[in-house]
Write a protein that binds this ligand. Structure first.
Ligand SMILES: [Ca+2]
Length: 211
């Protein structure tokens, strides 16, 4: 089966967690930036556990595999005990799996049974145990059996606008007084649809009164 990555491109999810700060420079967005070398890490001075991390999706038909890529070296924050939840739009969270992962730097793979997580609006990780009571993730990668199709909330009308468009109007005639400088520079040259011709007032002047 062909697999389609639904994170981070296309269908890039939003992400949030408990209102607990990340370590500056290791914000949550670093775990879905497509770069295995960058990562999210909780604040170095706070106990981050339990940590809840939500990923939001739009237009994803299913998720049948998830890869948790921990930090490449060191172990602080490596997720050990994780509950995986998911919900559909406006639906309740339903537990998908309880996960127990080794305290190492290897990628952890979750194969979701059956049709996977069906039409998810949100996938939630509740981390109840992590090394050093920190929380870290270098990349969370989601896979689907079908490509993401972003739904269209509304489409611009493609018909019926012609009657609303401005219409070009053309004057039938024009006159000027005093007379133009010459017939070749007459006021009719402003109506001839030719940008290279011009009207010019009389070179003799007399067009404006002086006070
Ligand atoms: Ca990353």
């Amino acid at each position: 089966m062909q697999q389609h990555c639904v994170c981070p491109i296309p269908g890039r999810p939003y992400l949030r967690s408990l209102p607990r700060p990340a370590q500056p420079g290791a914000e949550l967005s670093k775990c879905y930036d497509g770069d295995l070398a960058t990562g999210y890490h909780s604040d170095w001075n706070l106990n981050a556990i339990p940590d809840t991390v939500d990923f939001y999706f739009n237009g994803v038909n299913n998720i049948n595999k998830i890869e948790y890529v921990p930090r490449s070296s060191g172990l602080n924050g490596v997720w050990r005990t994780v509950a995986l939840w998911a919900r559909k739009t406006n639906g309740p969270f339903v537990k998908v799996a309880d996960l127990n992962w080794a305290n190492d730097n290897t990628t952890k793979i979750v194969n979701v049974a059956a049709n996977g997580i069906d039409t998810p609006a949100c996938v939630r990780f509740v981390v109840s145990q992590a090394t050093g009571n920190f929380s870290s993730c270098n990349e969370m990668i989601f896979w689907s059996s079908t490509p993401t199709v972003i739904p269209v909330d509304c489409s611009n009308p493609t018909s019926g606008l012609a009657s609303l468009l401005d219409k070009k109007l053309t004057a039938n005639n024009a006159s000027v007084s005093p007379a133009a400088n010459s017939a070749g520079e007459g006021i009719d040259k402003t109506l001839d649809n030719d940008k290279s011709t011009l009207y010019h007032s009389s070179w003799a002047g007399g067009g404006f009164r002086s006070r």
